[in-house]
Design a protein around this ligand. Structure first.
Ligand code: SF4
Length: 350
């Protein structure tokens, strides 16, 4: 389980909204996303498919393409010396050197992310020389070999085409490529979904080793909460485009304050405990064009109360370092729940 010293604030996301502009209207795929990431920290982003994880992470790097647009909010990048840059209003030209130099991303599918008709080394050389024009082609190729070796890939693979390598090797090459310009943050969007579990473990061990050696922060996206528990310092749980709970990984896993976090946890086998019966989450995620009134999770939530169908819960601090968006955590709800429980007992006694 990851436990590391983290530094000062690197990224501050405030009230970020992302829309997909469709013929049926704007679909809000990410709503009011707010969180902070520190230097050297690993933040796990979890949630079912369609919860907005990948939309959020691509929006952080301003990599979203039509019809996705950032509709509001700020993404503040701190330089560690008091300087702050809001990435949201920056043009592609302005972002050119922030990407790779400060922020990098490892996409889900290495085969789609790598150029299939270019040798691996040449793809590294392109990136390295674009960001440091003084670097000669020979130096860049040498550096490409060094970067591949970081991920345990033989240096002579610089001469290989992507199709000549295994899926695991391609994925590790992508991780090496993301580290080419020594970034401070690497977003990893389900980097192990296309490989088998043995390779998944190898890749995760290497990611953790590289993170320890180089000190970059990670936002790691997956639906697998058990994997994130092992890897990340903190977890952010997304449902229907919103962050519904965020806090230290162990705390969220042991004592989730949001019923969706609990349901997600109970639908995966525990990594370090005896296997228990697992439960799927009933129902399916809501249509983002027609979200239910109140809490989006209410139709699937076993703890739903009347207020849940009327008022959307805000993301509020509910414990030390833990924020959750659930009416169960408000004092009024606790009173109502206790009152209801007392009423039931009386009824049963009678
Ligand atoms: Fe369930 Fe209500 Fe909490 Fe939503 S606000 S997760 S419906 S208890």
């Amino acid at each position: 389980m990851a436990r590391r010293e983290v530094g000062d604030v690197l990224l501050e996301v405030q009230d970020l909204d992302v829309d997909y502009l469709t013929l049926n209207g704007a679909v809000r795929a990410v709503s009011d996303a707010s969180f902070t990431l520190h230097r050297g920290e690993i933040l796990g982003l979890a949630g079912e498919s369609g919860s907005g994880k990948s939309t959020l992470t691509t929006a952080l790097l301003r990599l979203q393409r039509d019809p996705a647009v950032t509709a509001g909010g700020t993404v503040l990048l701190h330089d560690g010396a008091g300087g702050v840059t809001d990435l949201v209003p920056r043009t592609d030209k302005e972002l050119l050197h922030l990407r790779w130099d400060k922020l990098a991303i490892v996409m889900q599918s290495a085969m789609d992310a790598l150029n299939p008709v270019k040798r691996l080394g040449a793809q590294f050389v392109d990136v390295l020389r674009e960001h440091d024009p003084r670097m000669s082609a020979k130096e860049a190729l040498q550096r490409a070999g060094d970067l591949l070796a970081l991920s345990g890939i033989p240096r002579d693979r610089v001469d290989s085409f992507p199709h000549e390598m295994s899926g695991g090797m391609r994925q590790r090459s992508l991780i090496s490529l993301a580290l080419a310009c020594d970034p401070e943050l690497v977003v990893m969007d389900e980097p192990t979904t296309a490989v088998d579990v043995v390779m998944q473990r190898t890749i995760m061990s290497q990611v953790l080793r590289l993170q320890r050696e180089l000190g970059f922060a990670i936002i790691f996206v997956t639906h697998d909460l058990s994997l994130l528990l092992e890897l990340s310092d903190r977890l952010a749980i997304m449902y229907a485009g919103r962050i519904v709970e965020v806090g230290p990984s162990e705390e969220l896993y042991r004592s989730p304050r949001h019923p969706y976090t609990r349901a997600l946890r109970d639908s995966f086998p525990p990594l370090y405990a005896p296997l228990v019966e697992m439960h799927g989450i009933p129902g399916s995620a809501p249509d983002l064009l027609n979200l239910p009134a109140g809490c989006s999770f209410a139709p699937r939530c076993e703890s739903a109360m009347a207020i849940c169908h009327e008022r959307r819960p805000e993301l509020l601090q509910v414990a030390e370092q833990v924020d959750a968006a659930c009416h169960l955590n408000t004092p009024q709800a606790r009173v109502a729940t206790v009152g209801a429980a007392a009423g039931t007992t009386e009824g049963e006694d009678a």
